[in-house]
Design a protein around this ligand. Structure first.
Ligand code: ADP
Ligand code: MG
Length: 222
């Protein structure tokens, strides 16, 4: 029942028509690694029992777009903490439900997006992501479809490219897995061809020495 769809969720977000877990289900089908997770509507979190701690709790609901700013994301939870953390969110926010997922290991946080330029059409965006996206403004753009060498050039052109190769004593990340992800989104037959005219953003994608995980995903229809 990972990311199970239920009718009351589908289309409930007036902004995008899809919630994070819906977009992640689509990504998983396309071969993009996403955390294991379950959707919980009520107060019974037993559906999350099979997930491995530490857990992440995220509330979703109409208008809950920037979840961290709204206090709708909590990291580092144990199973026993879920109900209390959820009740606290419900007391503050208009919550339709919760996504409970496994917490990915820390790594380099990237942003991968698809933007539709009115003149040029679908453009793949890749850069340094996470909380510093707006501050760093370190991104590369390429018209779709991209080739594998385009993907490598994009990553190499980032000012922070050294972070991928183990700057400051950190380990090098699995760059091939990042390249594969960029191809899945922006390569021939990639998601850019399938998601009609919409735009989407994976921020962050966490890259580690053992692979990549898209831990947040947002879809914006045309
Ligand atoms: P938003 O961008 O809407 O504020 P996110 O889903 O991106 O919310 O979560 C905020 C931050 O929490 C992310 O940038 C990431 O650092 C961390 N995070 C979210 N989900 C996970 C996860 N499953 N594993 C590890 N870290 C996560
Ligand atoms: Mg995010």
């Amino acid at each position: 029942n990972e990311h199970a769809r239920s009718p009351e969720h589908a289309g409930a977000d007036e902004r995008s028509g899809l919630y994070e877990h819906d977009v992640k289900a689509l990504l998983r089908e396309a071969g993009v690694p996403v955390p294991r997770g379950v959707v919980v509507d009520g107060t019974d979190f037993s559906a999350a029992d099979a997930l491995t701690e530490p857990l992440v709790l995220k509330a979703f609901g109409p208008g809950l777009v920037h979840k961290s700013d709204a206090g709708a994301v909590v990291l580092g939870l144990r199973h026993a903490d879920l109900a209390t953390a959820a009740a606290e969110m419900r007391s503050r926010l208009r919550v339709a439900g919760f996504l409970v997922e496994e917490q990915a290991e820390a790594g380099v946080e990237l942003i991968v997006g698809l933007v539709r330029d009115p003149g040029f059409g679908p453009v793949l965006l890749a850069g340094l992501g996470g909380v510093w996206t707006e501050v760093l403004r370190d991104t590369a753009l390429r018209l779709c479809p991209i080739s594998e060498s385009d993907a490598r050039v994009m990553l190499g052109s980032l000012r922070g490219a050294a972070l991928l190769h183990g700057a400051r004593g950190g380990p090098a990340v699995d760059v091939d897995a990042v390249v594969k992800l960029l191809m899945t989104v922006g390569g021939p037959g990639g998601l850019w061809e399938r998601l009609e005219l919409g735009e989407f953003e994976l921020n962050p994608v966490i890259a580690t020495p053992s692979g990549v995980t898209a831990v947040d995903a947002r879809y914006l229809p045309a």
